[in-house]
Every structure is written in structure tokens, then in C-alpha cells.
Design a protein around this ligand. Structure first.
Ligand SMILES: Nc1ccn([C@@H]2O[C@H](COP(=O)(O)OP(=O)(O)OP(=O)(O)O)[C@@H](O)[C@H]2O)c(=O)n1
Ligand SMILES: C[C@](O)(CO)[C@H](O)COP(=O)(O)O
Length: 233
């Protein structure tokens, strides 16, 4: 069977302000080693041979992006993001060709590897409606209550942490995201918009070092993971 020829376009929502990080600048512009978090993330996507274009959604008041060495990369397209992550992704989808596949990846996840991107792309043979990278939950999970105590233990069988990239047909993702947002559905990732439309995306086990840099103590962890990857590559 000949391999399907797919056009993969990466979308990088990078219009957040990083409030949980509490830094003086948006967290995607904090440095890990010599490069900003955003540069690390863009470099992982721009260097992947199957990705034809990378669309980055920026905050309307972002004046730091032009200072990045990668800002003028020929495969890179800039759009203005929106109030929520989903709005930023939708803004990027407006400039994606309908027959493309949209690989949406958080700017705040700089430790993504080409191997995990390859795994997700290959999974489309099993999950033609789309799939996401995810990590099975390892710990016992508790639901807390307002009083700060345990309400109950959550059944963790088949419980996963959703990661990114999340990979879907661009036309279907754009349509379902638009409809879900218009219906005021809670959409925190691309899969939730597809689920809202009745689709069951595939789950692809990804590396646990593909963390989202969210709080200050994530910075040291991300730096460690990047240095370990540099040794292994
Ligand atoms: N309106 C928004 C909000 C978030 N993002 C992006 O979505 C990714 C994941 O969001 P998150 O980790 O929550 O980043 P922030 O929203 O910046 O963080 P916080 O919630 O702490 O403010 C980030 O790369 C962020 O830049 C975006 O493009 N547009
Ligand atoms: C998309 C995501 O990274 C999957 O886990 C997550 O939903 C982003 O959530 P955030 O609140 O925007 O960080």
C-alpha cells in the first residue's frame, strides 16, 4: 500500500501572557540555555522534513518576536492570536489550506522530539480522523473539594494527560472549532473541539519530557530535558 502523501502544517499558539509563570515577560520568551522557549519549539517544527509550513499565532502587542533569529525563516508565517488559546488556533487555521493536516503544538512545549512527531503522523494510518500525543496517568488521582480535602479517588484506568501536538484535518478542525466556540463549549485543546463534534481522536503515547512550561519550577525541568536530549541526539 503506498503511503498517503499528506501536507502537514504546524500551528503554534504563542499569544499567551504566561500569568501562572509570573515573569516580567511572556513565558515563551524566557530563555532555556541560549535560546527562548519559543525558539526551541519553532526549531523542532521548522526542521522536521514533513512539515511544510509553521504558523505562529502571536499576541497583538508582542514586540519580542521580531528579535528572534528564526523570525524571518521562509517556512514561518505569523498571525495575530485571540483572547483564548482556541481563538489563536482558529486564527491560524484561517490561513491553512483546507486539504492540509494541522499539527497544533503549544509554544510552551519546547522539548518535543522529531520521533514523537513521526509517531503521531504514522498513527493517522490507524486513526484517520486525527490523533493526539498523550501520556498515561501514572499516579493515583484524587478529586479535591473546596475544603482542601479529598472528595474521592478518580478511576485512572484509561486516564491520560493530553499533550501536543494534536493532529487533525485542517478543514474539519476549523469547522468543528468554529461551531464549538459559537456554542460556548469549553475548548482547552483541539481534541475537545473534535470530541464536541462526536469524533473520537486516537491516543498516541508520547514522551513524558514533552512538558508544558507553565509554572516557575518547570523551567529547570525543561532545561534538564533539553540538555539530556542534546546528549542523546
Ligand atoms: N490567548 C492565548 C492563550 C494561550 N496561548 C498559547 O497556548 C499555549 C498553552 O497555553 P498556556 O500554557 O496556558 O499559556 P498561557 O496562556 O500563556 O499561560 P497562563 O494560562 O499561565 O497565562 C501557550 O503556548 C500560549 O502561548 C495562545 O496562543 N493564545
Ligand atoms: C493543549 C494542552 O496543552 C493539552 O494539555 C492544554 O489543554 C493547554 O491548556 P492551557 O490551560 O492553555 O495551558
Amino acid at each position: 500500500m503506498t503511503a498517503a502523501i499528506r501536507n502537514f502544517v504546524a500551528i503554534v499558539p504563542a499569544a499567551g501572557i504566561g500569568s501562572r509563570m509570573g515573569a516580567a515577560i511572556p513565558k515563551q520568551y524566557l530563555r532555556l540555555g541560549q535560546e527562548t522557549i519559543l525558539s526551541h519549539t519553532l526549531e523542532r517544527l521548522l526542521t522536521h522534513p514533513a512539515i511544510s509550513q509553521v504558523i505562529v499565532a502571536l499576541h497583538p502587542e508582542d514586540d519580542l518576536f521580531p528579535q528572534l533569529p528564526l523570525a524571518t525563516h521562509p517556512k514561518l508565517t505569523q498571525v495575530i492570536g485571540g483572547a483564548e488559546r482556541a481563538d489563536s488556533v482558529l486564527a491560524a487555521l484561517q490561513v491553512v489550506e483546507n486539504d492540509a493536516w494541522a499539527l497544533v503544538h503549544d509554544a510552551a512545549r519546547p522539548c518535543l522530539t522529531h520521533n514523537d512527531i513521526d509517531k503521531l503522523m504514522l498513527a493517522l494510518n490507524q486513526f484517520p480522523q486525527g490523533a493526539i500525543l498523550a501520556a498515561p496517568v501514572r499516579d493515583t488521582m484524587k478529586r479535591g473539594n473546596a475544603g482542601g480535602t479529598i472528595e474521592h479517588t478518580v478511576e485512572r484506568t484509561q486516564l491520560w494527560h493530553a499533550l501536543t501536538p494534536q493532529l487533525f484535518p485542517a478543514s474539519a478542525l476549523k469547522h468543528n472549532l468554529q461551531q464549538a466556540l459559537q456554542a460556548k463549549a469549553t475548548i482547552t485543546d483541539e481534541a475537545s473541539a473534535m470530541e464536541w463534534a462526536g469524533i473520537h481522536p486516537g491516543l498516541v503515547a508520547g514522551r513524558v519530557d514533552n512538558i508544558k512550561v507553565t509554572h516557575p519550577d518547570d523551567l529547570e525541568l525543561a532545561q534538564l530535558f533539553l540538555s539530556q536530549q542534546a546528549i542523546l541526539i
